[in-house]
Design a protein around this ligand. Structure first.
Ligand code: HEC
Length: 138
């Protein structure tokens, strides 16, 4: 009886491990390490409705071409890129707002995701983070 239980436990452990592998579907997104100065950042604008509306305008002017209106990474200019633009629903699922804020500021080296901190104001970046977090829910 004891041996039987052991086998059952062992099998469950294998099944769990297999499931774990299956759920690590990251949609092709590899998160980069967040620099210390960005870790734990929270949006001073929170989920403010006016900020989200302003953030939508920032997104439509600067990000839609690659990330697509629905944030799936299927914008007109994005489809030909390698690596492709990130699916922002997936990013929101896998990462916190500090990560989103960091990436928009600093870009992702070696990809066409450029740093926006010299193009957009900090307020615009906060607004677009508010929009992305509120809109592209996992
Ligand atoms: C020229 C195309 C292009 C534009 C315009 C663009 N992005 Fe990206 N973006 C990318 C690509 C490509 C990646 C994927 C980078 C990677 O594979 O790590 C990406 C990744 C991201 C990510 C996830 C980071 C990660 O680790 O994958 C976020 C968040 C993001 N972009 C937000 C934005 C926002 C906000 C804007 C507008 C201010 C914007 N992007 C404009 C191409 C673009």
């Amino acid at each position: 009886m004891k041996q039987y239980l052991f086998v059952v436990l062992l099998l469950s452990a294998f099944a769990l491990a297999a499931c774990g592998g299956g759920t690590s579907d990251t949609g092709g997104i590899t998160l980069n390490e967040i620099p210390a100065e960005y870790v734990g950042w929270t949006n001073p604008l929170g989920g403010d409705a006016a900020a989200i509306v302003a953030g939508q305008a920032v997104f439509e002017q600067n990000c839609v071409s690659c990330h697509g209106a629905t944030g799936l990474g299927d914008g007109e200019a994005g489809v030909a890129l390698d690596p492709p633009p990130a699916n922002l629903h997936k990013v929101n699922e896998l990462a916190g707002e500090d990560y989103v804020y960091f990436v928009i500021n600093e870009g992702v080296e070696g990809t066409s995701m450029v740093a926006w901190k010299d193009t957009l104001s900090q307020e615009q970046i906060q607004q677009v983070v508010a929009y992305i977090r509120a809109t592209f829910t996992p």
